[in-house]
Design a protein around this ligand. Structure first.
Ligand code: CP
Ligand code: NVA
Length: 315
């Protein structure tokens, strides 16, 4: 019986903090190998990934499905409304049952605790495809983009400016800074910052994190300027208040000019031109948003090849 196999040691990716620095660096090296056509051949042959979505998605859905196929496996789309999940079946039961059928589970949902509960009960690797708390696969793609532009060594020494909402993307950058040691500048309006406690804990864990009130001053010396939507999924009713609160936090050409000459602009997408970023920046020469989106595919293939396909990470 499948349930009697020793799945208890299945590793999951609920947050970047589940990985150490060496594993992050190894995953990025494997992702680059896969992007360059040098990766392992079909490590997921005969395997199935279940993809659970209780929120919308374009990139995550397509890149996981295509990535699984390219690795020789099969991906199964499960939306909350078409399954018993939407009718309130306990996560414990869903996770245990899915773990008898499939070899990995990718989840996009609201609560981080729900992803962690799936990881506790599925017995197969669980991969976080975004919660309100963090978006670790996006950060692997973002870090891969930084590695491609600035080189692997820069991952420990670059300076990154995150402007805007203190949300799942801001927290994911903070987690990356904890693990890799680069300098992270956070610039968010009052009321929309990561909590003092989180920032304090990140510093205690070794992160070089600086909080700045004024975006222009914050950009000095930055290799990367990044932002995210002011209105995340589930916050639609706060739209008016958020648009008012974030006035002055738009990434524009003046802000990019205050960063390094070779600075790049990143955005996880979907983006809202004229709000968190101007069209001139996101569609301009310093933007790397489409490489970044492509890198979701390579980074997630590396995660699946490692967690599900038992592929070793390059040293
Ligand atoms: N960046 C990202 O996760 O995009 P989707 O919401 O389209 O999956
Ligand atoms: N912060 C955004 C990211 C979307 C990929 C959200 O959670 O909606």
């Amino acid at each position: 019986m499948r349930g009697h196999r020793p799945f208890d040691d299945a590793r999951s990716l609920c947050s970047l903090l589940d990985l150490d620095a060496e594993e992050i660096r190894g995953l990025l090296a494997l992702a680059q190998d896969l992007a360059d056509g040098r990766g392992p051949d079909k490590p997921l042959a005969g395997q199935t990934l279940a993809m659970l979505f209780t929120k919308a998605s374009t990139r995550t859905r397509v890149s996981f499905e295509v990535g699984t196929f390219q690795l020789g496996g099969h991906a199964l789309m499960l939306s909350a409304n078409d399954t018993q999940i939407g009718r309130g079946e306990p996560i414990r039961d869903t996770a245990n049952v899915l773990g008898r059928y499939v070899d990995g589970v990718m989840i996009r949902t609201f609560e981080q605790a729900d992803v962690e509960e799936y990881a506790r009960h599925a017995g197969v690797p669980v991969i976080n495809g975004l919660t309100d708390h963090v978006h670790p696969c996006q950060l692997l793609a973002d870090l891969l983009t930084c590695r491609q532009v600035f080189g692997a060594a820069a991952l420990g020494s670059m300076r990154v400016l995150y402007v805007g909402d203190g949300n799942n993307m801001a927290r994911s950058w903070l987690n990356a800074a904890i693990r890799l040691g680069f300098e992270l500048v956070l610039c968010s309006p009052e009321g929309y910052r990561l909590s003092d406690l989180e920032v304090h804990r990140a510093r205690a864990a070794g992160a070089k994190v600086v909080e700045e009130d004024e975006p222009q001053a914050a950009a000095a010396g930055c290799h990367v300027v990044t932002t995210d939507t002011w209105i995340s999924m589930g916050q639609e009713e706060q739209k008016a208040a958020r648009k008012a609160a974030f006035a002055g936090y738009t990434v524009d050409d003046a802000l990019m000019d205050a960063a390094r000459d070779d600075a790049i602009f990143l955005h996880c997408l979907p983006a809202y031109r004229g709000y968190e970023v101007t069209a001139a920046v996101i569609d301009g020469p310093r933007s790397r948003i489409y490489d970044e989106a492509e890198n979701r595919l390579h980074a997630q293939k590396a995660v699946m090849a490692w967690l599900m396909g038992a592929v070793a990470l390059p040293g």
